[in-house]
Design a protein around this ligand. Sequence first.
Ligand code: PMT
Length: 354
Amino acid sequence: LYIETIPNFSNLKLKHLLLCSLKTRDHRPYRVIKRLRAVVTMSGSWEEFFATHLPPTDFEDNRSLLKEFCERHDRQGHRIVLVTSGGTTVPLEHNTVRFVDNFSAGKRGSASAEYFLDQGYAVIFMHRLKSLEPFTRHFNGQKLLDMLEMQDESNNTTIRVKQDSVFALAPVLSRYQAAHAAGAILHVAFTTVSEYFWLLRAACEVLAKSGPRALLYLAAAVSDFYIPKDSIPTHKMQSESGPPVIQLHLVPKMLAPLVNLWVPNAYVVSFKLETEENLLIPKSRAALEKYKHKMVIANMLQNRHQRVLVVTRDANQEILLSREELLAGADIEAGIVGVIVSHHSDHLAHSEAR
Ligand code: PMT
């Protein structure tokens, strides 16, 4: 009876658990009900979000790609990391001319994806369309064209890499080709926050099968606010109608169902972005406490490529690049990924020992 009264209750596993407890007249079901209540209270609004936002048009194609990729790497016993990268948008019109955006160039995610590949991980790179991507990030803007030279000899045009650019291009090209030859990276793209959540849940569905070998690295900058679908106009807002009044609603935090229901055995790393230093540690600790995942990478907007804090239940570890290292083009992501891989190995060893 209790289950029937819970709105949108769909988690069959927990339902089964509760029914078993009731059948055996075990008094512990009250504890189970308490757990259920917690999950359902957390989850009510995320289920509503999925119920009111349709999946993106290319969703089924992406779902098949994710399934094929994960099954292939799972068969080979590889570790798989989901790297999310770039900012999500919130459209202000259905035929979107204007939108609210979350700041992120995609440097954190794209650089990290390269270092995870170096460490032997299969990488699902889930990124905001047109944000930075692994390998090509090194040649953004006009950099690539500046590395090339053209020669015209009797109607025969050849294009070559300038000799002094070979040292910059060769190592990136060789890592890129190795990753693609091994089928070790899959790119999937989102733009809006609802596309992001649909893809995130689909990726989790297939990653759940990898158990503790799955790592989630949630570096994307995800909107906390959105405008419900039925409150936005179909067509471009007209200025003749006067200044629009737009009311933003809170987006449910997807970390809650993700950690508790979608990938309960995976190693989950979330990010915390702040602009006030004094909030950084308390908010990261509060997130660990609330969602019960494994790690928060805390960073300040202003110096995010020079300093981060790795926050776990037991410690805060600082990773810092010197000014010289930064000027020489070092990536702080190499250090971040190194620390995470070591924690992920401990998590795996611990799970196997159980
Ligand atoms: O791309 P760059 O320019 O290099 O910048 C990198 C970065 C600063 C964007 C990155 O390092 C970073 O901090 N990303 C997370 C930004 C963010 O969304 O922080 P938040 O405090 O709003 O959210 C914290 C966590 O909750 C995130 O891991 C997010 O995945 C999750 N979240 C957020 C909103 C939401 N509705 N549900 C969520 O689960």
